[in-house]
Write a protein that binds this ligand. Sequence first.
Ligand code: ADP
Ligand code: RBF
Ligand code: MG
Length: 155
Amino acid sequence: MKSLPYFCRGEVVRGFGRGSKELGIPTANFPDSVVDNLPADICTGIYYGWACVGTGDVHRMVMSIGWNPYYKNTKKSMETHIIHTYKEDFYGEVLSVVVVGYVRPEKSFDSLDSLIAAINNDIEEAKRRLDLPEHNKLREDNFFRTSANQIMNGH
Ligand code: ADP
Ligand code: RBF
Ligand code: MG
C-alpha cells in the first residue's frame, strides 16, 4: 500500500452505540468526510499506528476500516481504539492518527467472544510492532505537534 504511512485527523463523532466500551474496547469514530477521503489503495481491514487526542500524548492504536462483517454494517467506518486508559470520553475533540501498517482483513465471527479475542490479539500484535525502534520516528512526527496545536488555536 503506497499510501502508508497515512496521516489524517478529524472530530470524534458518535458511532454505532453498540457498547464497545463495555467490552473494554471503545473505538473513537471518524466522520464520513474523513472516511470518504481515504486513498483507494488503503483497503478495508485492521491496521495499527499512532494516535493523539487534541494536543495530548501520542499513544499506540489499532484501527478497523470497513463494514464490520460481524455486524453487517452498510456504512464504511474508521474506528480507532487507542491503547491507553482515558479518564473521560472525548467526543467532539480532534483525533490525529498516523496509520502505519496492516494487520489482517476484516472477518465475521461465530460469536462476540471470538470477535473480542481477535481484537485483543490485534492489540498485542500492534504493541509488538510499534515497540520496534523503526516506528519511533513517526510517533515523534511534527504532524502530532504543530498541526494539532494550530487546529486547537483555531488557525
Ligand atoms: P461509539 O459507538 O459512540 O463510538 P464506543 O463504545 O465505541 O461508542 O466508545 C467510543 C468513545 O469512547 C470514544 O468516542 C471516546 O470518546 C471514548 N474513549 C475512551 N477511551 C478510549 C480509547 N482508549 N480509545 C478510543 N476511544 C475511547
Ligand atoms: N468488526 C468485524 O466485524 N470484524 C472484524 O474482524 C473486526 N476487527 C476489529 C479489529 C479492531 C482492532 C477493532 C478496534 C475493531 C474491529 N471490528 C471488527 C469492529 C468491531 O466490530 C466494533 O468496534 C464493535 O463495535 C466492537 O464491539
Ligand atoms: Mg466506536
